[in-house]
Design a protein. Structure first.
Length: 487
């Protein structure tokens, strides 16, 4: 599998596309006014303690106070029976050093932890832990033991004063002691600077700011199968090369400045794919399709055969559609950055072996996802449940806002329904006030219906209340909007 990373930079926005085999797999967008803050470390101030929720709100300098749970304040690995009340751990006005684990999403503030960590290319340094670990994505037990040994040896050989622990990242698979030792040096130097700021900074203020998106992408996304990283900004190309020379020398020759006349995101039809990812319906090559509906509580995905009729029998048609859908769903989760609970309604399969193969295809397709996912198998109702870690806003939340006409419902009341609402409102007004005439201000569609299909009902209402009713079109009114003026 071959891949490319495309980086589009403007003064107000950074966009990154990860393309595999010519198909867009992930898109990251960061705007100057809404930059992601996951990984940032702040010196905050506790503004409210909620013992009933075992949580507290902390002011870290954002528009909304951030949220921290009691288990994120207590030392890692504290047994449940030894957990104490949040009121014993924090008090209002207390200064607290915290790290953001989730960006503010929708109406929810950022999520915080006091278990601090700082990442590099191959390692994550945890200053308050003595534990050394290896990423679970490295499955080979011999490789895991080798990497644990290298961490111990690197600290000893370099005579480093290491007071914390390290987690070996997935990217460190097959690397040698020199690379790990260089990362350890960098992280320990970085942490000394953070510690100094921690002592002197006022609350609230930021004391560690993670790398900008284009550098973070190189650090976190770069793999052996990424053949090229193209960036369309000459100035930031130089910065990226300098960063790679210091921390990722093997990546330097794969970074190039894109000076083409076409916008960089027109390569591989990235712009078109982003537009498609904002729609509910996803077409499959076979003729089937997915319907993706994100809600407040979860995301539901429905699989349909659509125009695919197959060549052999119904069971085989369903099986092939579900297999293709499993691969497409994994891609859509990454591309749209959908997180939380995800329920997939595959087309019902009678053959248990077909169910097993579709589930295996889904799990295999999710293996390339950088976000942590957990699949719980098929339920009694034939649904597949999985969870995907959510750390930042979805693509839709980043690029879109709720429709001002329907307030995010996705539907509007029909002109007929609005007409009957108007009739009921006129009756209420007539009982409460003594007006000589009523003027109805409404949209064109509603007024047209009142004067045409509902004209008989209007005449009957005028006779019933004994007063005339006039109508006036307001071009800027939405279909559901109306006003009744008493004259």
């Amino acid at each position: 599998m071959s891949g490319e990373v495309l980086i589009n930079l403007t003064p107000m926005e950074t966009r990154v596309a990860v393309v595999e085999n010519g198909v867009l797999q992930e898109a990251f967008i960061e705007r100057a006014q809404r930059r992601g803050i996951v990984g940032n470390i702040y010196k905050g101030k506790v503004v409210r303690v909620l013992p009933g929720m075992q949580a507290a709100f902390v002011d870290i300098g954002l528009d909304r106070a951030a949220f921290i749970h009691a288990h994120e304040v207590m030392p890692s690995g504290t047994p449940a029976e030894e957990q104490v009340s949040i009121a014993q751990l924090l008090h209002e006005g207390q200064a607290l050093v915290v790290q953001v684990t989730k960006d503010p999403i929708g109406s929810k503030g950022a999520r915080l932890t006091t278990h601090l960590s700082v990442p590099s290319r191959y390692l994550v340094y945890m200053p308050d832990s003595s534990h050394h670990g290896v990423s679970q994505r490295i499955e080979d037990e011999m490789e895991r033991e080798r990497l644990r040994g290298l961490i111990e040896a690197a600290g000893t050989e370099q005579q480093l004063e290491v007071s914390g622990g390290f987690i070996v990242r997935t990217a460190a698979e097959a690397v040698g002691i020199e690379e790990l030792a260089a990362d350890m040096h960098f992280l320990l130097r970085l942490w000394r600077r953070v510690s100094e700021r921690r002592m002197t900074a006022p609350a609230p203020s930021v004391i560690y700011d993670d790398l900008p998106l284009f550098m973070r992408t190189l650090r976190d996304v770069m793999r052996d199968d990424i053949e090229k990283v193209r960036i369309d900004s000459r100035e930031n190309y130089v910065r990226l090369i300098e960063f790679a020379q210091e921390f990722m020398p093997t990546a330097v020759e794969r970074i190039e400045h894109y000076a083409g006349e076409r916008p960089i995101f027109d390569l591989f039809s990235v712009e078109d794919e982003i537009q498609k990812a904002l729609g509910r319906k996803v077409q499959l090559k076979s003729g089937g399709y997915l319907v993706i509906d994100p809600t407040e509580a979860m995301t539901t995905i429905d699989v349909n055969t659509g125009g695919f009729v197959g060549h052999r029998n119904l069971e085989e048609t369903i099986f092939k559609t579900n297999l293709e859908a499993a691969t497409a769903i994994a891609r859509q989760l990454r591309l749209r950055n959908l997180g939380g609970i995800i329920i997939i309604d595959f087309i019902d399969m009678d053959d248990p072996e077909h169910q097993r193969q579709v589930l295996r295809m889904l799990e295999k397709s999710l293996e390339r996802d950088h976000a942590k996912t957990k699949c719980t198998g098929v339920t009694e109702l034939g649904l597949v449940q999985l969870t995907r870690k959510r750390t930042r806003e979805s693509l839709e939340q980043t690029l879109c806002e709720a429709c001002p006409t329907c307030a995010g419902r996705g539907t509007l009341k029909t002109p007929e329904s609005v007409c009957y609402e108007i009739f009921r409102e006129i009756l209420r007004e007539d009982r409460a006030y003594s007006a000589e005439t009523y003027t109805v201000l409404a949209s064109q569609a509603v007024v047209d219906r009142l004067l045409d299909e509902e004209s008989t009902a209007v005449a009957d209402l005028e006779t019933f209340i004994g007063k005339p009713i006039r109508f006036q079109v307001e071009a800027h009114y939405s279909q559901e909007q109306y006003d009744i003026v008493l004259m």
